[in-house]
Ligand binder design. Sequence first.
Ligand code: PGA
Length: 249
Amino acid sequence: MKKLIIANWKMQMTVRESVRAAKLFAKRKWPAGVEVAIAPSHLALSAVGSVVRGSAINLAAQDASFDQRGAMTGEVSPRDVKELGARAVLIGHSERRRIFFETDEMVARKLRAAADAGLIPVLCVGETLEERTKGKTWEIISRQLASALPKTFPKQGMVIAYEPVWAIGTGSAATPSDASAVHRDIAALLIKRFAKAQADACRILYGGSVDGKNAAAFAGQNRVDGFLVAGASLKVQSFFRIAEACAKK
Ligand code: PGA
């Protein structure tokens, strides 16, 4: 299975800056063994989509609503995300859960809506530092998975991103072996819920302070099938180093 790396640009770039960066990403010759996607802001999806069309870069969105249509001022329909060319959408990123009070129930509905719209849901899970210190890492992650995973595996595929909240944007990543242990537990849970072929095809990404230096150590671990990267994805060169680290594994 090819490794997948997703650049999560969060709200770090204007539309114009996103287009400029996307052009640099689209021009690069990415290693053949790696799939690359970028997730710009919603407002930049259309313009960035035009830039990357026909290139090796896939388009993803950072979020989408739990309904396809309705009186929901300010919301973004997963159908629009799909119409603008995105293949995948992040669901339940810890910043959505923490800053925008997304509950497990909302995350579950969002995942289903994304899948119904034909998007590949990238379900983000992860524990806080307090939860980890109390030894509750797996309790939290298994709860987040149990409530969000759909009954039937989306035919277009699904991705899980394990992102310990305390490792996001802090410069202190999990250790590769700690991450791999969680990834293997997630893989085991997937096998219980879905057909083996589906569970095996569900990539499990690690996210949280991944950079060009530590990516190789993670990429060598069992069931670390790629990365969700924010800080090191804003510049093409640092993201490219992560791709190279994946290609060597
Ligand atoms: P980071 O963020 O790479 O800046 O740690 C990862 C994420 O929030 O997805």
